[in-house]
Structures are given as structure tokens and as C-alpha cells.
Design a protein around this ligand. Sequence first.
Ligand SMILES: Nc1ncnc2c1ncn2[C@@H]1O[C@H](COP(=O)(O)OP(=O)(O)OP(=O)(O)O)[C@@H](O)[C@H]1O
Ligand SMILES: [Mg+2]
Length: 237
Amino acid sequence: MSRIQVRDIKKVYNHDQVPVHALNGVDLDISEGEFTAIVGPSGSGKTTLLNVIGGLDEPTEGKVYIRDTDMFSLKERELIDFRLHHIGFVFQAYNLIPVLTAKENIAFILQMQGRPQKECNQRSMELLKMVGLEDKVDKRPAELSGGQQQRVAVARALASKPDFVLADEPTANLDSASTANLLDMMLRLNEEEKITFIFSTHDQRVVERARRVVTLVDGKVDSDEERTPNNEQGTSN
Ligand SMILES: Nc1ncnc2c1ncn2[C@@H]1O[C@H](COP(=O)(O)OP(=O)(O)OP(=O)(O)O)[C@@H](O)[C@H]1O
Ligand SMILES: [Mg+2]
């Protein structure tokens, strides 16, 4: 069963001036456990689509259902709560908080969920260990490499035990070694912890390891390709 159902999503920016049709009727079903890349040229609507799926940006038309919840029928407060408990974000606009350490950046999300301090600390440590940064718990973002910061961002995205993680170009600005590391980690979390990942990317190395590749062109799904788990060539539909 699909956990995420995107139904005929349209998004028009600048209604009153020159309208920009960022999404022109997107339909998409995402099942549990997917590891799906959203690709397409710059301006094709990838970030907009991720923002809409994550409930950060309201569509002009269409619906997003997550586990049967009609996302945009929720009141503002309910939507914030829904996001906090169901969705992990690795977005450039949601960077790490510079004055907080790696551990505090993760604990912060848990505190917002109202968890006891002890649990916040414990789970933050577990997550940093999971992403291989147990020796960096007390470092602030400026003391970490780009790749390490992205790993903290993924750990933070997982803190609330979300149903799925949305990542907008998670490997942008990373060198090859950090990209490979981050991908290994995401794939391991996908396989072992059954976490669903949906990520946009321009990076061919990332696309090659996706299980499914959805290509957007001009705000529409142009192709949707399933890959076999060993990344052999799949079939197009
Ligand atoms: N807040 C906004 N106001 C007006 N137009 C916007 C806004 N956000 C995006 N757009 C426009 O919507 C279209 C889709 O943008 P979007 O950021 O989703 O593309 P993208 O596929 O993520 O591109 P990139 O690969 O460069 O990140 C573009 O034409 C963009 O200029
Ligand atoms: Mg983008």
C-alpha cells in the first residue's frame, strides 16, 4: 500500500505578477521502504515537490495523503505537529543551528516533541553513533566538514523516528568520498531500519544507487524508472 499519495499537484508561484507554473499536475505514489531519487533539470520542480510532500509549501491544486491523512486539510498547528512526528527533513534551508553542538542539534528536535531530557540525550548519542560521528558529539557545525554536517543533518532527520525522510540535494557540495559515505549510510538505514528516503539530486553517482528514479520535466513526471536492488539496468514505464 502506498504511504504517500500525491494527486494532481499544481503549484503556481506569483499569482498576481507573472505566474510561474512550478508543478503542472504531478501524480506519484511512494510505498514504504523506497529509496527514490527525484531528478530533472534545474527549475523542473524538484524542490517544490519535496516542499509540498513535506507540507512546507501548500499546493495551488491537488492533494497529498500521508498514511491516509489529507495533509493540507490539517490546521496549521496540526500540520506542524504532523511534520514533527512523521517527516524527517534534510533540507539546505533547514541547516544545523550554528551555536548548538552536533548532539544538541539532534536533541533539539526531540525536545520540541516534548520528550524527557534523558531520552533526548540518549537517542542523540545513538543517532550520532549510527552515522559514525560518536567522536564529534560536542563539535559545533563550523568544526565539522561538509560531509560530517550532512551526516548530522541525516541523524537529526531520523531523531523523531519519522515514517520517511525528504532530502533536497543531500550530497550537493560534498566531495566524492563524503558523497559515497553519506550514500552508504542512507542505504544502510533504508535496508536495515526500513526508512523510506525520497531525495532530489543532480549527482549521477547518487542517481546510480537509487532504487527508483522519477524524472521531472517542466513540473510534470516525465519518466518513472524502477531499478533492481543490485542496480542493474531497470525498465522504463
Ligand atoms: N518561492 C518561489 N517564488 C517564485 N517562483 C519560485 C519559487 N520557488 C520556486 N520557484 C520557481 O518554480 C520553478 C521550480 O523551482 P524548483 O526550485 O522547484 O526547481 P528545482 O527542480 O528544485 O531546481 P534546482 O535543480 O535548480 O534546484 C522554477 O521556475 C523556480 O524559479
Ligand atoms: Mg531544487
